[in-house]
Design a protein around this ligand. Structure first.
Ligand SMILES: Nc1nc2c(c(=O)[nH]1)N[C@H]1C(S)=C(S)[C@@H](COP(=O)(O)O)O[C@H]1N2
Ligand SMILES: [Mo]
Length: 199
């Protein structure tokens, strides 16, 4: 079996029921938002992707929903120390959205409706490890959890999974997001307990 070199040794998100250091398991689904819940009607919702050379792609709600769906079941880990095992989602793989996008960018700043941002390496959005999700547990994603659609990057702390996602900005130089600017870790690997800058 060929192992694609970019992903060798990197963790694939699966529901393992393993607890990263310093976390505790919960069956609840806490809501953590820095501000009010934006209400974004699917009629006007759009997701866009920009690259460093000005290329711009946009998906309407219907265009995004028409792409092949993926159904990841994954464990999620919040930096406030709760972990939730076996969460089931439906959405579109970032591999699908990034197909054919020509870029030398290594970084992404993810923008949300409402103004939240978070930074993620582009490589971490590839390889079956990240999705734009619109259903949780067989139901449309509730607004407080990021509906109509959020990013899901479960191998990183959950603050990277931007709710109400609206734009992926591909960048050749890293720009920090909302929490990263105030001292949270740029990468945020729960298995290495990268909670704060310097961890
Ligand atoms: N747009 C936006 N996305 C966000 C946040 C936020 O405040 N705004 N909070 C982050 C944090 S810190 C966590 S733990 C998760 C919480 O998601 P939940 O409210 O669905 O549990 O969303 C992340 N994504
Ligand atoms: Mo969080």
């Amino acid at each position: 079996m060929a192992i694609s070199p970019g992903f060798q040794g990197r963790r694939r998100p699966v529901a393992t029921g393993l607890l990263p250091p310093g976390q505790y398991p919960t069956d609840d689904f806490p809501v953590l938002s820095t501000g009010p819940t934006p209400r974004v009607p699917t009629e006007t919702w759009e997701l866009s992707l920009t690259t460093e050379d000005g290329t711009h792609r946009t998906w309407s709600w219907d265009e995004m929903r028409a792409l092949p769906h993926a159904r990841p079941t994954v464990d999620i880990h919040c930096v406030t120390k709760w972990s939730k095992f076996g969460t089931s989602w439906e959405g579109i793989s970032l591999d699908t959205l990034l197909e054919g996008v020509e870029t030398t960018a290594a970084y992404v700043l993810v923008h949300s409706y409402g103004g939240y941002t978070t930074n993620v390496p582009l490589a971490d959005l590839r390889g079956g490890r990240a999705w734009i999700v619109f259903d949780f547990d067989g139901e449309p994603l509730r607004p407080e959890h990021g509906g109509p659609a959020r990013l899901l990057v479960p191998h990183l702390y959950f603050w990277k999974s931007a709710k109400w996602v609206r734009r992926l900005e591909l960048l050749t130089a890293e720009k920090k997001g909302f929490w990263e600017r105030v001292g949270y870790h740029d990468y945020g690997d729960p298995w290495r307990e990268q909670r704060y800058e310097g961890d």
